[in-house]
Write a protein that binds this ligand. Structure first.
Ligand SMILES: Cc1cc2nc3c(=O)[nH]c(=O)nc-3n(C[C@H](O)[C@H](O)[C@H](O)COP(=O)(O)OP(=O)(O)OC[C@H]3O[C@@H](n4cnc5c(N)ncnc54)[C@H](O)[C@@H]3O)c2cc1C
Ligand SMILES: NC(=O)c1ccc[n+]([C@@H]2O[C@H](COP(=O)([O-])OP(=O)(O)OC[C@H]3O[C@@H](n4cnc5c(N)ncnc54)[C@H](O)[C@@H]3O)[C@@H](O)[C@H]2O)c1
Length: 446
């Protein structure tokens, strides 16, 4: 029987192990911490609990006409308890999936001893595992330059959000990527005065400029101050932090939140023993199935580099798991992976959104095309479809507004199946729903 070893107990590792176990293989998953990974315990899940709390607090502020809603008080202690509770339940659910699939779990930190041997070390023991195939799903770690190091008290990073038991009066959020955007948005909505230093490329540079501009406008309207410049240093002072930017300015606040990027966590794997070398970009080169040059070693999820998204991690893991187990799998397609940032407004994008002169056409519909948006008093958003100017196939989509990420699910399917703008125009979604806007956009084409 083929022996497949998966390293990492986050979403990518669990998905890869469960997918691989569908073949005639014995699958072992090595997990450093509890099942769920950093995703479940330190990054994605805690951030989403905080966002949900900010959303609840926003309900009191955003009462629909004539409807009296009592004020919602959200305390950090309640949020922290909720993080622990949801993380524990999710971890148990993922562990049960592994058990049901027949995956053996070994706790410890793995390193290659040879291309087909791994040494797993934990506090009290060490063991060697032999593998016909290895799937690396070790995630990523945040990048901190020497002049900007979190201390966990005044200068924090996402993992400290699981311990933040009081909210400061003011906060400097550093980084205009998805993490900085989500935390700047949620802190602002929880009443913290936010100074957001987004970096020279601006707000959400990885998204269409119109999406970043919409978020910047909403944040400014909500009282945040935005500076489009790089930070050079962040230092703790007696009463707070002082942050110095590349233009020589200084900014002070009670706390700073750092989110200026992440890198694959490959450093403890002793890759040289497997004959693998990390490239200048800090990544291992892989093909569409996640295979490295070693052939029997795969890399998936954040460990494979960016964009670091859980849905992308799952897609890569499912493909690599099946391929390692010699089951059929399609090659990974980045164009159907929806990227979403759960800010107010929510921002989402999928596929190709810019191209050569005249190659792509764009059409936009406002949320005002949907009665549902009026019912929930959320008429501010829009959906844009991007399609091929010649064969009119859907190539991409952008959504800004409530449930923007959900709005792009049919667009991802349209890209996958080669549907045209006319195909979408012929669909009338349930009424009243926000998803009507997607199809209304297609009908707006002349
Ligand atoms: C604050 C924040 C919010 C996010 N929100 C979203 C979101 O809303 N939606 C979204 O799609 N994406 C989001 N992401 C990105 C998403 O969390 C990741 O892309 C994805 O979940 C990574 O999963 P993974 O399994 O690759 O890694 P991880 O969850 O990091 O799991 C890897 C595991 O491997 C372990 N490990 C590392 N080395 C070894 C070793 N040598 N031996 C054994 N174990 C090892 C690690 O300890 C870890 O437990 C967010 C990221 C951050 C930072
Ligand atoms: N909702 C989601 O899907 C979600 C949420 C959070 C994070 N993530 C993923 O996690 C990964 C890490 O996210 P991230 O936002 O930390 O990193 P990122 O690399 O995506 O963005 C970092 C941002 O920080 C800015 N920056 C860099 N150096 C700076 C400096 N010295 N001063 C000020 N700004 C600076 C950059 O210009 C960039 O905009 C990304 O791949 C992201 O996609 C996803």
């Amino acid at each position: 029987m083929k022996q497949i070893v998966v390293i990492g107990g986050g979403p990518a590792g669990v998905e890869a192990a469960v997918a691989a176990a569908k073949g005639h293989s014995q699958v072992t998953l090595i997990s450093e911490g509890p099942i769920g990974g950093r995703t479940g315990w330190d990054s994605l899940l805690p951030s989403k609990v905080w966002l949900h709390a900010a959303e609840l607090a926003g309900v009191a502020e955003h009462t629909a006409e004539g409807v009296a809603i009592g004020a919602v008080h959200v305390t950090p202690t309640e949020v922290l308890n909720r993080i622990k509770q949801v993380a524990q339940r999710w971890s148990e659910r993922e562990a049960q999936r592994l058990q049901a699939a027949g995956v053996k779990v070994v706790h410890g930190v793995a390193a290659f001893h040879s291309p087909h041997e791994l040494i797993v070390r934990n506090d009290d023991s060490q063991q060697t595992l032999t593998a016909d195939a290895v799937i690396i799903a070790t995630g990523s770690v945040p990048r901190f330059p020497p002049t900007m190091k979190p201390d966990g008290q005044r200068i924090i990073a996402p993992r400290f959000a699981s311990h933040l038991n009081t909210l400061p009066p003011d906060m400097i959020v550093i980084g205009g990527g998805p993490t900085g955007s989500e935390f700047a948005s949620l802190f602002s909505r929880l009443g913290v005065k936010v100074t957001w230093i987004v970096g020279a490329p601006g707000v959400l540079p990885m998204f269409d400029p119109a999406a970043g501009a919409a978020l910047a406008a909403a944040m400014t309207a909500h009282g945040a101050t935005i500076h489009q410049v790089d930070v050079e240093r962040a230092e703790r002072t007696e009463g707070g932090v002082v942050v110095t930017t590349a233009d020589g300015a200084t900014h002070t606040a009670a706390m700073a939140f750092l989110a200026i990027g992440r890198v694959p966590d490959l450093s403890r794997l002793n890759l040289a023993a497997a004959g693998l070398e990390v490239g200048a970009n800090g990544q291992l080169a892989v093909d569409n199935y996640g295979r490295t040059v070693a052939g029997h070693i795969f890399v998936v999820g954040d460990a494979a580099g960016g964009p670091m998204l859980a849905n992308r991690a799952l897609a890569q893991a499912w493909i690599a798991g099946r391929t390692a187990a010699e089951l059929s799998a399609p090659g990974y397609c980045p164009h159907t992976v929806v990227s979403a940032v759960y800010t107010v407004p929510e921002i989402a994008q999928v596929g190709i959104v810019s191209g050569g002169e005249g190659e792509l056409q764009r059409v936009r519909a406002s949320y005002t095309a949907s009665l549902k948006a009026y019912l929930s008093d959320e008429t501010e958003g829009w959906v844009e479809l991007i399609y091929d100017a010649v064969n009119r196939q859907i190539r991409g989509g952008i959504a800004v507004g409530t449930h923007a990420a959900d709005m792009l699910a049919p667009v991802a399917l349209a890209i996958q199946t080669g549907a045209t703008i006319a195909d979408l125009a012929a669909v009338f979604a349930a009424y009243p729903t926000l998803s009507e806007v997607v199809f209304a956009a297609a009908r707006a084409v002349k």
